[in-house]
Write a protein that binds this ligand. Structure first.
Ligand code: HAM
Length: 425
């Protein structure tokens, strides 16, 4: 049997790559409009970075990391997310002192050993931002606004922005104790996974998808009702600024996130058309993370979204995405002499950045025209012995079928005019 991609991974094929290019170019444009600078970090890091950064009792670290020893015996892990790596890079390269608020963005593959299903992969793509240096709720609001703007600009409809506050060191411990007491009383009725979560990560019982757990957790204490005064004020201000920005959001006390580093604001964006894996984007504030990874105390806030999931949602919602860029010109050449001229002509057309392709297999004109159609060529140049003898070509508009014989001298000018007057998407 031929070798297949490993479970949970897939190829992104030429027929779908235009969707990725579209999203990637929008991501870059909007992130930069908001003042973010790109950073690229390694795909694998020391395992300890994620253990300390993401949290040793999270599902990601406990069960989902691709961890291996290299030939030098070091424990390395494929990155399961971007934030810890960005923080490591900021500390290592002393980036945090360069600007009062440092804004970074990234795009790349992440790896989690999860049970694959629609919208959930073991290798998936994320794009995200991290802003360091300000604990001001203005920045939370700006980051959420950016998330919303980006997804809306990409054409995603029926978006729901959901925000919550998870408190901080001052109020979270007392809240967690109350939550634990509540869960303990209902332990027998919770699903097996939640029993495990109770011991390792009780907050996550709140976002269990099992119907029975959901019913039980309706009456569980919520962090929003147990915030200290500072956290309460912070959350109110975030909402106030979001209202000013006219971001459509809802407060959702069940947004607790699967990573340990969050403090105060946590948020998620869900989109219709995705089924069970409907969360396109997640993020929040992490004011203790830099310190816990060995940097000087520096607040931070950011988000990441799944490109795979976003593209699935755009497709499911029937959002009109740019068609594949067609080939501008296909040169159909009949005979060895014509092929030689076609090669030179392709070279000249490409110098003018006209997307050109030609025949290499010496097939019949009919076969070549079929190829021109298949690759969505806008024009075809037909070159045979007759045209060579007269120093002409036949130029055919593939959409209308109109064609005319023109001299090779005027070909470039004619083509540039035609292509510019109705440029391709
Ligand atoms: P996360 O919620 O774990 O957060 O992931 C963010 C997004 O990545 C999710 O909303 C989802 O769209 C996508 N995603 C996660 N797992 C998978 C998967 N197995 N397959 C496909 N897509 C997936 C983080 O990773 C944080 N680092 C976000 C952040 C940045 N918080 C602050 N700054």
């Amino acid at each position: 049997m031929s070798i297949q991609t490993p479970k949970g991974t897939r190829d992104i094929l030429p027929s779908e790559i235009h969707l990725w290019h579209f999203v990637e170019s929008k991501v870059q444009e909007i992130f930069e409009v908001f003042g973010y600078h790109e950073i690229r970090t390694p795909i694998f890091e020391h395992t300890e970075l994620f253990v300390r950064g993401v949290g040793d009792t999270t599902d990601i670290v406990e069960k989902e990391m691709y961890t291996f020893a290299d030939k030098g015996g070091r424990s390395l892990s494929l990155r399961p997310e971007g934030t810890a790596s960005i923080v490591r890079a900021c500390i290592q390269n002393r980036l945090l002192d360069t600007l009062p608020v440092l804004k970074l963005y990234y795009t790349g593959q992440m790896f989690r050993y999860e049970r694959p299903q629609a919208g959930r992969y073991r290798e998936f793509w994320q794009a995200g931002v991290e802003a360091f240096g300000s604990a001001n709720p203005l920045l939370d609001a700006e980051v959420i606004d950016l998330a919303y703007e980006l997804l809306a600009d990409l054409g995603l409809k029926q978006l729901s922005v959901q925000i919550n506050s998870l408190g901080d060191d001052a109020c979270r411990p007392a809240y967690t104790r109350k939550l634990l007491e509540y869960i303990e009383r209902h332990l027998d009725d919770l699903c097996g996974k939640c029993v495990g979560r109770y011991e390792r990560n009780p907050l996550r019982v709140l976002d269990c998808k099992e119907a029975e757990c959901r019913t039980i957790m309706v009456d569980a204490p919520k962090s929003l009702d147990h915030l200290c005064e500072d956290c309460q004020q912070h959350f109110e201000q975030v909402q106030h600024f979001l209202n000013d920005l006219e971001v459509d959001y809802a407060v959702n006390p069940y947004v607790v996130r699967g990573l340990d580093y969050y403090t105060r604001t946590a948020f998620a964006v869900v989109a219709s058309g995705l089924g069970a894996q409907d969360e396109v984007l997640g993020g929040g504030r992490y004011d203790k993370l830099v310190e816990s990874l060995g940097g000087k105390p520096t607040p931070g806030v950011g988000f990441a979204f799944g490109l795979d999931r976003l593209i699935l949602a755009l497709e499911a919602q029937g959002v009109d995405l740019l068609e594949p860029h067609p080939c501008d010109v296909y040169i159909a050449a009949i005979g060895t002499e014509a092929e030689k001229v076609a090669l030179k002509l392709s070279h000249t057309l490409r110098q003018q950045r006209i997307k050109t392709d030609m025949e290499f297999a010496g097939r019949s004109l009919r076969a070549q025209m079929k190829t021109a159609n298949k690759i969505h060529a806008r024009y075809t140049i037909l070159l045979g012995d007759n045209e060579l003898a007269r120093n002409t070509v036949v130029l055919r508009n593939m959409q209308s079928g109109d064609q005319s014989e023109i001299s090779q001298m005027e070909l470039m000018e004619t083509l540039l005019e035609k292509l510019n007057c109705c440029s391709s998407p």
